[in-house]
Design a protein around this ligand. Structure first.
Ligand code: FES
Ligand code: FES
Length: 168
């Protein structure tokens, strides 16, 4: 299958088996090895990337589902204005072994895009990636720090009110 999609801002065309998981398209076909393989069954979140701005588990997603879509991986996160999340991870010294952290950052970035100022409950509900090293407290701190450092989202332009009809 010839796939056309946008990856980290660049248009790609690729001939792949449509059932190949996106994770292997990224790692094996495109040599983007930042995204990690953990469980392979959608449980751990190590393989998280963004599909049209939403966090998805790329180990379960067939290549066919990215046709004409926009995919962002950790390699392109700074280009969508989310470098502050990576900076916060460094500032809070989040990683231990580090294996899960790309997935954690990608999930956190999608959460912050949708909700720029999440509460503890929002973080609890919106994350769900596993960390065998137990870095959850530092992840929460880094998400709050990211929220404080990210530029405020641009507000929607207010449409001009229609000019009043002249009264007869
Ligand atoms: S490797 Fe995809 S969820 Fe674990
Ligand atoms: S930092 Fe080791 S698994 Fe999360």
């Amino acid at each position: 299958m010839s796939l056309k999609f946008t990856l980290n801002g660049a248009l790609h065309r690729l001939d792949v088996d449509p059932s190949m998981p996106l994770l292997w398209v990224l790692r094996d076909e495109l040599n983007l090895t930042g995204t990690k393989f953990g469980c392979g069954i959608g449980q751990c979140g190590a393989c998280t990337v963004h599909l049209n701005g939403t966090a998805v588990r790329s180990c379960l997603l067939p290549a066919a589902s990215i046709a004409n879509a926009e995919v962002t991986t950790i390699e392109g996160l700074a280009d969508i204005g989310m470098a502050a999340v990576q900076d916060a991870w460094i500032a809070e010294e989040v990683p231990q072994c580090g294996y899960c952290q790309v997935g954690q950052i990608m999930t956190a970035a999608a959460l912050l895009k949708a909700n720029p100022n999440p509460t503890e409950q929002d973080i609890e509900k919106g994350m769900g990636n596993l960390c065998r090293c137990g870095t959850y407290n530092r992840i929460r701190k880094a998400i709050h720090l990211s929220a404080a450092s990210l530029p405020a989202p641009e507000s929607e332009p207010v449409p001009e009110s229609p000019s009043e009809e002249p009264t007869p």
